[in-house]
Structures are given as C-alpha cells and as structure tokens.
Write a protein that binds this ligand. Structure first.
Ligand code: SF4
Length: 343
C-alpha cells in the first residue's frame, strides 16, 4: 500500500464511488491492523476492490525519495527488513524487477546475496525477456490519465489544460483499442502498424502524449506527483516511438488485445548476454533447479539461453515410475469449457 497515493485519493474522495470511499476510510483509519502495508493482510477490504490499483504503488508511479511519506513508506520498511534478513524468499518477477531498477540507476529493491537459488528455473528465460523488453499498455495509459486528473483536482487546480490532457490520453487509448477490432488476439506488431487505420490512431495517441508533455512542462516543480507523472509521460512517449521501429533486428515485436485492453511489446530474442553480465558482476553462487530443465538428458539448451558458461550440472532421475504409473487420455467430443455441461 502506498501512503502517498492513499492520501491523494482521500483528497479527491468526492470523485469516487461510495464503496471505494468506504474502503479508503477503512484503510486510512488503520483499523486494518497492517504494520507493513501488505495488502494481503487488509482483510476488511475485498481482494478485488477497485480501490487497490488507486492506493498501491508500482515502479511507474512511486516518487521515491521526493515522497513526503518516504520515512514511513511501507515499501521502504520492507526493504530495510529484507536487508536485515538471513534468507529472503521472493518470486522471479521481483528478482528481475530489482535488476531492471538497478540498471536504470534508480536504486535497488533487494540486498545482495551470497547464494541465489532459483526454483522452477525453467521460467527464468521467459520472465527475463519480459523485463528486458519494452511494453506499452492501455492499463498504463488509463492509469496515467487517471493520475493526471487526480493531480489536477487535488494540487494544481488552476491548470485546466491538465484535464484536457487526461481526456485526450484516455480517448486516444480507447480509440486505439477499437482500431484493433472486437476479438482479442495476439499478433505481429509490424503487420499491425502497416495498416493505415491503426497507425493513424497510434499517431493520435502520440499527439496526446506530446500535448500532455508540453502542458505539464509549464507546471514542473509545483507538485512532486506531477513531476513524476511528467517523467512517466516522457517514458511512454519514447516507448511508443521505439515500438514503431519494428525493423531494428534482435527483437520480437508483438501485440495483444483483450477485453477493453491492449499491449504493444518488443521482446529481445535472447537474454543470454544480459543474464551472463548479471551473474558475472554479482559475486556469489547461483543455483538453478527445476524438474523440467533437461532435454535429452542435457542441460545445454537451458544454459545457453541464460549465458551460463561454466555451470556444474547435475541431473537426478525422477522418483516416479512413469512407464507403469502414467496414463494419457484424450477424450473425444468434450464440450467447450464455458458450457453448462462441461463439469
Ligand atoms: S515512497 Fe513511493 S511507495 Fe512509498 S509512500 Fe511514497 S510514493 Fe508510495
């Protein structure tokens, strides 16, 4: 939970639905009894409450050391606690997020370790590809528009153009989603952007980001929150420009549309060099373990994908007697999963 965002939402309270205001009041009252701001302990607010995205922080929206709540920040406390711990258990995503944050020079999330153990290590190459790639999504853009509106309503009320920025970003985002067609699917970004109808709405989205950039520039230094939003707008604008350069080799360019949302992305074809750099610059031992790393009794495919040049390998046999204890069934004529008689 982010104390800064919680306060911002409280200030803009009258704009929210009644249940969301009630959730914010509960969170602010401290009745939730959470010492570390871990939302899984906030039992009085439903897991799927619409308030969570508004009051939690992400890498994109945290304003870091400029934050007025920095000293009380839950994320900071969690970090300090991790620094003091002998063993820290995290998921692969947090590990990769930490590497990206260190790469951008914004600090770090995790302490260094003498031993790093990856369970389910077969997932690492794909997860690393996501983090070393670039993405622009409708969720990021809607959230950007929402945060601009919030700053306008709470801190910079005289800059009426900000409301126009928020409107043009969310409208252009909706139009882009509409241009992708009704059905959700994944596809080739280069082919998509070759369609005149799609590239023109992307241009409108870029114009909206450019316009917002210029408007926010006029109010820089007046609000820490707006300064951070300005940085995000710049990042998204640059990302959009980069995603259009689909002829630069070494990457896969793709998009996805689903429901009201879309995602434009580029993913590096290999993360071997980057991962190799990570494990050679950080001292310590690295252990990768999983039931599904070997192919034809060799680990070379996995090692090459992560640039692990001098790894000691150990393959242990399965304790299961697959020949005698496995049955593969392929029933015919199963109904669709969403039909009433499926179960
Ligand atoms: S430092 Fe970041 S996460 Fe912590 S309260 Fe401030 S904005 Fe929220």
């Amino acid at each position: 939970m982010c104390l800064e965002r919680l306060e911002q939402q409280s200030l803009a309270g009258e704009q929210l639905a009644a249940e969301m205001i009630a959730d914010i009041v509960r969170l602010r009252s401290g009745a939730i009894g959470t010492e570390y701001g871990d939302i899984s302990n906030c039992h009085q607010v439903a897991d799927d409450s619409a308030v969570w995205p508004l009051v939690t922080s992400t890498n994109d929206n945290c304003i870091g050391s400029h934050c007025p709540h920095y000293q009380r920040c839950f994320v900071l406390k969690a970090r300090k606690k991790a620094l003091e711990a002998d063993v820290v258990v995290i998921n692969h995503h947090l590990f990769m997020a930490d590497k990206v944050v260190k790469d951008t020079g914004f600090g770090e999330l995790l302490p260094s370790a003498e031993v790093v153990i990856f369970d389910e290590a077969h997932q690492i190459p794909d997860i690393a590809s996501q983090y070393f790639g670039q993405q622009l999504s409708s969720r990021q853009l809607f959230e950007l528009a929402r945060d601009i509106t919030l700053v306008y309503r709470t801190e910079i009320r005289d800059q009426i153009q900000l409301q126009k920025c928020a409107y043009s970003i969310s409208q252009a985002t909706l139009d882009f989603r509409l241009a992708l067609g009704e059905n959700g699917f994944r596809g080739n970004l280069q082919q998509l952007l070759n369609q005149q109808s799609v590239s023109s709405v992307l241009q409108r989205l870029e114009d909206a980001l450019e316009f917002s950039y210029e408007v926010m520039k006029l109010s820089l230094w007046r609000s820490t929150a707006l300064d951070a939003i300005f940085d995000r707008t710049t990042t998204y604008r640059n990302r959009s420009n980069r995603l259009k350069e689909t002829t630069i080799p070494g990457f896969s360019y793709w998009f996805e549309s689903f429901g009201r949302h879309f995602l434009l992305a580029l993913t590096p074809l290999t993360v071997a060099d980057k991962f190799h750099d990570i494990i050679t610059t950080e001292k310590g031992s690295w252990i990768f373990t999983s039931a599904t790393l070997a192919i034809s009794d060799k680990l070379s495919y996995f090692s090459q994908r992560l640039g692990l040049e001098k790894a000691n390998n150990l393959i242990l046999p399965s304790p299961f007697d697959y020949q005698r204890q496995t049955l593969l069934c392929v029933p015919r004529y199963l109904p669709d999963i969403n039909q009433a008689d499926f179960a």
